[in-house]
Design a protein around this ligand. Structure first.
Ligand code: T46
Length: 141
């Protein structure tokens, strides 16, 4: 079964006295073809979001303003990241459970996705995610 993957990518900043610019390009510094872009804003630091995994979707999450924290969980490990820079992207691929919280300073979270919106790609029930994990463990025995 497909393994979930998560890692931080750092983007080059082109800057001069006028300000800064970051360019994101499919396959070059984004490791997939971008098919969809969405952004999350107007958040509340007390209202977490996410609480799901994806089956196949690949995404890059970038806090282009403000910051947030995100807990991630794959079949075999858990981690937590803080996204607080437009030069930092969190790459999430496949079945990674995610919980986003502690949104600060008018956070704007830009997300680049490898596919169109498809509710069937979501695993929104944690017990289903955990069951898939058990199947994976029995695959490797
Ligand atoms: C993810 C995290 C980082 C659409 O109609 N089109 C879209 O492209 C998206 C992403 C969402 N929606 C609708 C579905 C819901 O009615 O917008 C509503 C809010 O979506 P959701 O509750 O899934 O939002 P989050 O913040 O929990 O999760 C989102 C993404 O859905 C998800 O793929 O990885 O951001």
């Amino acid at each position: 079964m497909l393994q979930g993957e998560h890692k931080i990518l750092t983007f080059d900043i082109h800057g001069d006295e006028r300000g800064k610019l970051i360019s994101l390009e499919s396959i070059k510094n984004i490791p997939f073809d971008i098919r969809r872009v969405y952004y999350i804003f107007g958040t509340d630091s007390n209202l977490p979001r996410g609480f799901h995994a994806h089956r196949k979707l690949k995404q890059i999450l970038i806090a282009v303003n403000g910051s947030l924290k995100i807990k991630v969980e794959t079949w075999n490990e858990k981690a937590q990241y803080e996204l607080n820079s437009p030069a930092k992207g969190l790459y999430l691929s496949g079945p990674v459970w995610r919980e986003m919280f502690d949104f600060q300073n008018d956070c704007v979270l830009l997300v680049l996705a490898s596919d169109f919106y498809n509710e069937e790609d979501y695993i929104r029930d944690k017990s289903v995610f955990n069951k898939m994990k058990r199947y994976t463990e029995s695959d490797s025995n």
